[in-house]
Design a protein around this ligand. Structure first.
Ligand code: ADP
Ligand code: MG
Length: 339
């Protein structure tokens, strides 16, 4: 008899879930991305104990129709991709159809949802990957997910969790990035009963930056607006006098997604060369937009790196965009009052 087994469904699910769900912040990232994909304009996230015992995500998006609810929790089940060609033009944040299946494999999940055409909403409970309840429920249009007792059935994973405050901080970072990447969504974050973030959702990046980073940081910014070689760059960079001691305030977003890009970072710093005191780093909140087809987002779900088929246009657009902003700032024609 051979030595190789095909893993049973339950074990296979737990392994697959481990790829997507590393800690509470990965659950929140997946759930808020689903809310944005669902067209939500108001989004509230509440956590307790760093998210380990309780996470609730409420949105006013399109909701999930009753017949789709159990399907949404199946692996590789998604409303966002149908055929192979769709993978070349991903306009949504999600597309793998793995998040809900993964979360449901390692936590207790409760869902309340209603679409615009349904009279009754759906209350659904799934535990250990098995449906526990699916019934009518009165609720507003949109979706609420409650996730309890993360990793109750995977003690090895549970052991790797850090202190609650560290996990909560990781969730807060996800919320900040969400708020900055989608200023058109009013984002609220409540941590152990205390509201720590609330953006107006007025569509203005500056309002989101103000809500996330406060008055002083916002006052030290100047605008960037540039298009070059198929790449649009918009947002804000720090005025030279408001540079920082490190890179922690450099935030890049690509097509509405928080990304890490070495190319963009180098371009930003090159553009600032000669304008900064030694040891200072520019800060930025920059949105890059380019054709969906030129970006390969099909990398690891939990990673924030993206691949560009060609890095050069990214470098050029960021460099020239920031340079132009700096030159305008230095120019005597700019009203002094603005400085
Ligand atoms: P993906 O986002 O990759 O499609 P998920 O497992 O995250 O996969 O979600 C599965 C499906 O469930 C989504 O494609 C979507 O149709 C539905 N869904 C999940 N969350 C929401 C939500 N908040 N509002 C509306 N639909 C949702
Ligand atoms: Mg998703």
């Amino acid at each position: 008899m051979g030595k190789i087994n095909v893993l049973d469904k339950h074990v296979a699910e737990l392994i697959a879930a481990g790829e997507v769900v590393e800690r509470p912040s990965s659950v929140i990232k997946e759930l808020v991305e689903n809310a944005v994909d669902a067209g939500a304009t108001v989004l509230t996230v509440e956590i307790k104990n760093g998210g380990t015992t309780f996470m609730r995500v409420t949105d006013n998006g399109c909701g999930i129709a009753r017949e789709d609810v159990p399907v949404a929790f199946l692996r590789h089940a998604t409303s966002k991709v149908k055929v192979q060609d769709d993978l070349e033009n991903i306009a949504t944040l999600g597309f793998r159809g793995e998040a809900l299946a993964s979360i449901a494999a390692v936590a207790h999940v409760e869902l309340l949802t209603r679409t615009a055409d349904e009279l009754a909403g759906t209350h659904y409970v799934i535990f250990g990957g098995e449906e526990e309840c699916c019934e009518d429920a009165g609720c507003a249009q949109g979706t609420t997910f409650v996730v309890r007792d993360l990793f109750y059935n995977t003690p090895a994973r549970m052991k790797f969790l850090k202190k609650d405050v560290t996990e909560a901080n990781a969730v807060a970072a996800v919320m900040d990035r969400l708020a900055l990447s989608h200023p058109e969504v009013s984002v609220r974050f409540i941590r152990d009963g205390k509201e720590t973030l609330h953006t107006p959702g007025d569509g203005k990046l500056k309002s989101a930056i103000y809500a996330v980073f406060g008055k002083e940081f916002t006052a030290g910014l100047m605008p960037v607006e540039y298009a070059y070689n198929g790449v649009e760059v918009s947002g804000f960079v720090s005025k030279p006098a408001n540079a920082r001691p490190n890179r922690s305030m450099q935030h890049f977003f690509l097509n509405g997604r928080y990304v890490k890009s070495r190319t963009a970072m180098v371009a930003l710093e090159e553009a600032f060369k000669g304008s900064l005191m030694v040891g200072k780093m520019p800060a930025c909140v920059l949105h890059l937009r380019m054709a969906y087809g030129s970006v390969d987002v099909n990398v690891h779900p939990a990673k924030i790196e993206v691949r560009f088929s060609n890095e050069r246009p990214i470098f050029d657009a960021v460099y020239h965009g920031v340079k132009t902003a700096l030159n305008q700032w230095d120019s005597p024609h700019v009203m002094k009052l603005e400085r």
